[in-house]
Design a protein around this ligand. Sequence first.
Ligand SMILES: [Zn+2]
Length: 585
Amino acid sequence: MSIPSSFIDQLLDQTDIVDIVGRRIPLNKKGSNYWCQCPFHDDSNPSMAVNQEKQFFYCFVCQESGNAIHFLRQYENLEFVDAIETLASSVGMTVPYENNRSEKSKPSGLVEKAVKFYQANLNGTTAPKAVQYLKDRKITGATAKKFNIGYAQDKWDGLLNHLGAETSSIELDESGLFSRKDDRFYDRFRGRVIFPIRNIKGDFIAMGGRIIDEGEPKYLNSPETPFFNKSNELFGLYEVKELEKNIASLIVVEGYMDVIGLYEHGIKNAVATLGTAVTPNHVSKIMRYTNKIFFAFDGDLAGGKAAWKAVENTFPIIREDINIHFVFFEQGHDPDSYINENGLEAFKKLLDESISLSSYFLSKVKEFNLETLEGRAQAASFAIPIVNKINNSVIKEIYSTEVSKLCGMDVKTMDVSSSRALRQESDHVMRSTSNTPVRVKAVISIFSALLAFPAIAEEPLFDELKNNPKFDFLFVILDLYKQKPDIKPSRVIESLESDQIKGYFSEAVVAGLELSEKNALKLVNDCMDILLKNQKDREQTLKDKYNVSSITPAERRDLQQIILKKQEITDDDRNWLEKLSSKQD
Ligand SMILES: [Zn+2]
């Protein structure tokens, strides 16, 4: 799947990284940057700078950096395409996919043909039982049409014969609609009411089937295919989006009959997971379309477990602007049966009376015997790992405070022990950045000068480093500025291979030095002196080591390289090269 790079540029122009980060982590403006606690390491200070002018973020401790797309990918653990989709939907843009979308993820169209075939079956004379089933479930023809409900006859080759011999076996195999035995294909769905599943673009990608007569399993779903990933898709999401461009709220239920039953009664914003628990992918997908979510689960033990799974998968990505509620049905009821028995108003009342995520979580903590010390300790050890999953610092603070109150102990200090190792690591990095070696400072300053005056890239100032492969990165950057003087810093970063250099460049971006052209040139000259002198020092150090026979093979090679790369090789250099190669073992 490919997205034109012009669209990505346009998207980055239309979005504001301060808004993207700020919706997830509280920001404070200080100087030319916004600051927050970095979500990518265990941060106790605001170490992450977000720069509005450059549309860029950078953490001074863990050195994570990049543009809004990169932030979303890291923060919400998204694939590149999903991050683009998220960003685009936040500003109401539609992602234009190019025709050369990889064949792998594109539905072949076979599923759509099957949907049409099954739909025709339902409308024909072969499906009296299926029609009766839908009537019993009080599904009208209009609703059946809206969801493209169909019927698969109880035959091994109904669909196979319909699709004809010209369909390749690879296509048949990848569609997920057939099972294969001894090199022959058989219809996977037989004697079932068919519920087609569409992706968010409306393509038919899979289906679920409910058995009509006795038989197992009662519900059968398509297997995973190159274009159907259960833990990613939500039944009904496309249909909700069709009705409502800006979705006010979504109700997450467990089965497609719940979605359809609710729709029939006027609740047209339900979506269902497909035979799996709510995954983090589901939650982040839902949060892309709405900030009000109801999880509606069956009133049995399995429903309780499913709800808890939803809590666990929601905590890492919860934000202040997201409202999450839980609805539980009494034992033996599911959303469909409840609305059938009690009607629309009663269902709406349930939504009004739903329990918030925080109340639900705290009610679980209260299930421990908080009267006793042991009970409070158990409650704390249950709650702390879950609270620690929260990345949003404000929400984490609120939950920690509440849990501390309930358990009668400060759980905020208790999370320190579990993350001590991480913190020590970041302290170490902190120390190393606070006394940055001069050559690193020189590199960063050169970047600052380039950022202020891209035309410097054209100057012959850097030639003396040209033959040194250690500085290849500098020439990659110089070339980028030569080709496109107004290139965005985040695009420069993307072109860099080394994380270390990315970090240095980011530091320069965030520092945002204001330089006159004259000072920028002077700065580059000074820095070049430092870098070249640094090389001279290194040469002398290695020679000294050689003289006391404590040079390592790697250092020996390094010294050879330094000498070989000189623009002019003197007699002394030649002697050294001879010495270094003759004593090589
Ligand atoms: Zn960090």
